[in-house]
Design a binder for this molecule. Sequence first.
Ligand code: PLP
Length: 371
Amino acid sequence: MTWSAPRALIDHAALRHNLGAARRLAPTSRVWAVVKANAYGHGLEQTAATLADADGFAVARVEEGVRLCEAGVSRPILVLEGALCADELAVAARFQLGLALHHRGQVALLEEAAPPAPLACWIKVDTGMHRLGFAPAVVPGVLEVLGHRCGGVRLAGLLTHLANADVPEDTSSVQQCRALQALAAGRGLPLSIANSAGLIALPAARTEWVRPGIMLYGASPFVTGCGADLGLAPAMTLQGPLLAIQHLAAGAAVGYGGTYVCPEAMPVGVVGVGYGDGYPRHAPTGTPVLLRGVRVPLIGRVSMDMISVDLRPQPAATVGDSVTLWGGGLPVEEIAARSGTIPYELLCRISPRVHLEHLPETAGEPAGLRQ
Ligand SMILES: *Cc1c(COP(=O)(O)O)cnc(C)c1O
């Protein structure tokens, strides 16, 4: 056995393949690769290096943008939540980060600070999600202020975020697109609307700039189905080692609370991964893991450092085997659905104690597509 801790294999060929898929959907759009939350758990700097062909990178926070700059990224960087105070704005100006502006306080900061070199600013418009953004009615006034009184601003365009794009038949997404287009009419401003779901399912959202996140990592943004159905390759495979095999008698209770009771004499495997690594504690009995190419079910409660699995379907299991929790051969979407969550949460909650092992790009297809 060469390793005892869980690891996440990051397939850089898959990342590039998925960026290509995003580009093919909107060949005339420019692409911000969304790399917030440590590139959805895949490693910010390494992911940005692999996706260097993107037209820019989008992050949630100034701090994330600074990390990209310090890693040598020279493409435009957009901070989706903008700068919230003068200090943050000064940092954004120093690193020339693009900012989304969503409330008047941020505009006032820019008026006061007057950054020496103009910052690319996107006006975030609330077209129906009711989270961040200016109401459409006040946008003309904001544009006026930025155009006339803010020397440190280069107005880059209008941006909005879709609330229901993960349900393609929901008509509110089209209405959101129309609301933004109506505001832009006659102003010649670039628009940015699409997240992954909008990019894949909503042609009206494929405007000057698109903002795919989850699809770059190979997971589906939709409520059902998985990335492979969309031609995407999973970029992360989470693995843990098989630490032990127990031969238990009928009636033996397994794990905390003894919630699983062996129906017969059976082999039970203990895998060294748990909720302390980011595996969901709510994964119920029956959630599959992959062991030597065969699905075996999780049994009993998920512990901090371990889970137990029913080894009856895989008699060849050997201590030291590496067990796949999700990724190539076992879609993260399936584990998320079983656990009552979405792949986004599972990917970005990988804990820092999971070692990210970056697999260099090879000439061939990404591993996830070869299965
Ligand atoms: C996270 C985020 C995205 C990317 O969304 P995906 O569903 O992961 O493609 C795009 N735009 C904004 C504003 C976001 O916050």
